[in-house]
Ligand binder design. Structure first.
Ligand code: NAD
Length: 479
């Protein structure tokens, strides 16, 4: 099937864009074709979003009416959950059971329902007299046309995390999914019309980095929301400066997993292995750096190696499988490059590091544990985005904190201890947007997700995400 572009509430042909194949990373088979949008296509989508914003067909609906359409969209997704789950599995190669019931799709639907409800709570914070003879009130206004750019690791979740708060706030949207994984976002586009979201309010442009660049450059786009790598975030911020757009950046991560000496090594290792291999490690919050108190490091390391070796790797529709392939050949080459360079720099590969002998077709890679890497080494300092975890030891709490914070990233971290005072001290000192105590990974619709430092700024999920898509206006009335 060949998809067109979703502009102004209809499938539209591209103005000169190429048709490209989408590949299933588990089988290397072609699953669909999409269009690489051109600059002219991006302009058409932005103009449609601009017209839809300024005639008020969405922003001037009551919050209740906007909420109803978003809730209906969630219902429509739920009715087609199997179709969405299959398309997502075939696009990403991740285990079907982690996408369908109990996985990404139910979470995405719940996220959308959260934003449908949040749409009804978008009021300003003040009304009062702050100068004699005047009444002031604060209104919360939608930012306007928002350009949204998503990555490939959680395609439908990232699409919902972007459009949910933007549409709930009354903004109109031009969204570009990642070039390799646009299918479920395109399916969502068609459902948006059925849900009663007016034409032009949600536009979906497929294509690569040039299409993304054209969105960021467009003068009618008031804000850009990107989820992607740190380097893309830097480029987007530079480009956005020319038209002084708001930027909302959800970037990479390099999560530390800090294990103190009172934690149970076997229990901790099992969760570390899951958190390092979830989505084949292509998760911005994945556990990537395990730091263990020096008297327990050997126990945790051995248990982690065992748990990583025991991770069932294989075909996405096999119910026993917990880890599928990486997203592409390019990504696998990238991950292998990191492991090779770590080895050359003197680190020790305790398990993994290769293509699994049984899985030569598709872009599989073994769950990998690396020890004895230097804190300054690339394998500790840079995001690999594969099923690769390092293990190192620390002497005391201060050293654990130093190692954990000593990276450019600041997205997520976890601390493993039963000492409440230590858990409070360490979580307060960690420079990460999410800190888990005695777990790693869970997120909810109500709680904010976003980074410190070079992991970006602005929040996804929660009422804070709503706030990012609104501007406070002060209205002052002379009595
Ligand atoms: P990427 O940065 O290569 O691409 C992300 C998106 O940006 C794609 O749609 C791409 O086409 C677009 N893009 C690239 N260059 C652009 C430019 N100059 N202007 C505008 N758009 C441009 O990232 P990826 O490889 O698709 O995704 C993996 C990255 O995403 C990882 O670094 C991961 O940590 C990060 N991520 C972060 C979060 C979070 O919540 N912080 C969530 C998921 C993924």
């Amino acid at each position: 099937m060949a998809y067109k572009l979703w502009i102004n509430g209809a499938w539209q042909d591209s103005d000169g864009g190429k048709i490209v194949d989408l590949e299933n990373p588990a089988t290397e088979a072609t699953i669909a074709q999409v269009t690489e949008a051109t600059r002219a296509d991006v302009d058409r989508a932005v103009q449609a979003a601009h017209a839809a914003f300024y005639d008020g067909r969405w922003s001037r609906l009551t919050p209740g009416e906007r909420s109803k359409a978003l809730w209906k969209l969630a219902d429509l997704m739920e009715a087609r959950i199997e179709e969405f789950s299959r398309a997502e599995t075939d696009s990403t190669g991740k285990p079907y059971k982690f996408i369908s019931l109990g996985g990404d799709l139910p979470f995405a639907i719940d996220n959308l329902r959260f934003f449908a409800a949040a749409a009804r709570d978008t009021h300003g914070s003040h009304a009062g007299e702050f100068l004699g003879g005047y009444t002031s009130m604060y209104r919360r206004e939608p930012v306007g046309v928002v350009g949204q750019i998503a990555p490939w690791n959680y395609p439908i979740l990232m699409a919902i995390w972007k459009i949910g708060p933007a549409l709930a706030s009354g903004c109109t949207v031009v969204l570009k999914p990642a070039p390799t994984t646009p299918l479920t976002t395109l399916m969502l586009a068609e459902l948006s019309a059925e849900a009663g979201i007016p034409a032009g309010v949600l536009n979906i442009i497929t294509g690569g980095n040039d299409a993304g660049q054209a969105i960021v450059e467009h003068p009618l786009v008031r804000m850009v929301s990107l989820t992607g790598s740190v380097n893309t975030g830097k480029k987007v911020m530079r480009t956005a400066a020319d038209t002084l757009k708001r930027v909302h950046l959800e970037l990479g991560g390099k999560a530390p997993f800090i294990v103190f000496d009172d934690a149970d090594p076997a229990a901790v290792a099992e969760i570390a292995a899951f958190a390092a291999t979830v989505n084949t490690g292509q998760d911005c919050t994945a556990a990537t750096r395990v730091y263990v108190s020096q008297d327990k490091v050997k126990n945790v390391q051995d248990a982690l190696v065992e748990a990583m070796r025991a991770t069932p790797v294989g075909a996405p529709y096999d119910d026993a499988v917990k880890m599928g392939p990486l997203i592409s050949r390019v990504q696998r080459d990238r991950v292998m490059g990191f492991v090779e360079r770590a080895k050359s720099a003197g680190a020790k590969i305790l398990t993994g590091g290769n293509i699994p002998p049984a899985w030569q077709q598709g872009y599989y890679f073994e769950p990998t544990v690396i020890a004895e890497a230097n804190q300054a080494a690339e394998i500790i300092q840079s995001e690999v985005f594969g099923p690769v975890v390092t293990v190192n030891s620390f002497r005391d709490e201060a050293e654990a904190l130093y190692y954990a914070n000593d990276v450019a990233y600041g997205l997520a971290a976890s601390v493993w201890t039963n000492d409440l005072g230590r858990a409070m001290r360490v979580s307060s000192a960690l420079e990460f947007g999410t800190v888990w105590i005695n777990d790693h990974l869970p997120l909810t619709s109500e709680t904010p997700h976003g980074g410190f430092k070079q992991s970006g700024f602005g929040k996804d999920l929660s009422a804070e995400a709503m706030g990012d898509y609104q501007i406070t206006k002060h209205v002052m009335i002379k009595q």
